[in-house]
Design a protein around this ligand. Structure first.
Ligand SMILES: Cc1cc2nc3c(=O)[nH]c(=O)nc-3n(C[C@H](O)[C@H](O)[C@H](O)COP(=O)(O)O)c2cc1C
Length: 359
């Protein structure tokens, strides 16, 4: 990140004058001010307003609309008053000011596929999701059909992100090739390992991505019903995800005829009840069936005889959320990341006494 200079009204006026001749100079001016001073001071508002013959409210409105012109953290309740005093809404100077998230030394070298939309989109806006690449994987999946979906996921080299790293394509093909009157897709969101919070962040920050991934899976393997089994200690994730389900259903992304494709897929959220072992896939299935979460003996595999004794794909949240990217950008794109037989990107959670905790 380049070294920022201290706020200087004279220099700000010069910067504004350098861009004033452009058509639509507002964003170039705001970028240039942020570049120079590391943030956009509230003192810049009247200068920009006068130069562009706008009201202060108009300039303020533009500045506060964009993510790039703010960014603070980590914030606790005790910081809120001082953030308001610093004028954080317009990027005022504060010890917690980060600046543009993508310039942050922890975030800049990362390639985010799974979490690309988190913190950027309104998690419950279908329009926002679509504007940021949402549903493109589903559209492609509908276009190429079940066999090609499974082939694409296999080719991507995606392995389960729930721990065992089993190849996702092989699991899906087993379910696709098994004949049954009903099949299921189950998402393991019983994230209970210490220090893990990635599944939760997806369900709260980008829930439509999980709905999209599970729907693609349903079409791919011929399942018409899915369940998300969520850890009971995640009430916020449960609430956001329930709302996302309702909105997706209303938008025709779930139900008897998804986006007019003729494919049916319905999805339900079920909350666990405080048993760590229910993260193990067969005890999770027992729990979904309303029983004690006791591990089943294998075989049979869940892919052959899973939920309610029907062929069942059971995957972790992160495995399923990777799928829309695989379908949208292609198996080769996804497989272009990673090492050896582990392809794609892997979200890592860092917690504890570290300089940069987080995801
Ligand atoms: C004790 C135990 C706890 C587990 N907890 C989880 C969990 O919280 N989330 C998860 O996805 N997988 C968990 N697993 C792994 C699952 O049994 C299963 O491998 C996984 O859900 C498969 O999904 P994947 O292929 O997408 O990784 C656990 C396994 C064991 C033995």
């Amino acid at each position: 990140m380049p070294e920022a200079s201290v706020w200087n009204a004279e220099r700000a006026r010069e910067i504004i004058a350098e861009h004033i001749g452009l058509e639509g100079p507002m964003l170039p001016i705001l970028h240039a001010l942020q570049e120079e001073f590391g943030h956009i001071s509230t003192a810049a508002v009247p200068l920009v307003a006068d130069a562009l013959n706008l009201t202060r409210a108009e300039v303020h409105g533009v500045m506060t609309f964009y993510h790039d012109f703010r960014g603070y953290g980590p914030v606790s309740a005790a910081d809120v008053a001082s953030l308001f005093e610093a004028g954080f809404v317009t990027g005022g100077a504060h010890a917690l000011r980060i600046g543009k998230p993508e310039d942050h030394p922890f975030l800049a070298p990362q390639t985010r596929l799974t979490f690309a939309r988190c913190g950027i989109v309104d998690p419950l806006s279908l329009a926002d999701y679509a504007a940021h690449g949402g549903w493109r994987g589903l559209t492609q999946a509908i276009a190429i059909g079940p066999q090609a979906i499974v082939a694409e996921v296999t080719k991507s080299g995606l392995r389960g992100r729930g721990g065992a790293g089993f190849p996702t394509g092989i699991k899906w093909k087993t379910v696709a090739d098994t004949t049954a009157d009903r099949k299921y897709v189950v998402c393991n969101a019983d994230e209970g390992d210490s220090g893990t919070f990635a599944d939760r962040m997806i369900m709260e920050g980008d829930p439509f991505a999980l709905i999209e991934g599970m729907t693609i899976c349903g079409i791919g393997v011929g399942a018409t019903k899915g369940y998300v089994y969520c850890r009971s200690e995640y009430p916020h994730a449960g609430k956001t995800f329930s709302e996302a389900l309702r909105i997706a259903r209303e938008g025709g992304f779930l139900g008897p005829n998804i986006q007019g494709s003729g494919h049916a897929f319905e999805l339900e959220l079920r909350m666990g009840a405080g048993a760590y072992v229910c993260g193990e896939e067969t005890s999770l299935l027992e729990s979904l069936e309303g029983k004690r979460g006791i591990v089943r003996a294998k075989p049979p595999l869940p892919a052959h005889k899973g939920l309610f004794a029907r062929p069942t794909v059971i995957n972790n949240v992160l495995s399923l959320v990777a799928v829309p990217t695989v379908l949208d950008r292609g198996a080769d794109f996804y497989a272009g990341f990673g090492f050896g037989r582990s392809r794609g990107t892997m979200p890592i959670q860092i917690a504890g006494n570290v300089r940069y905790g987080g995801l």
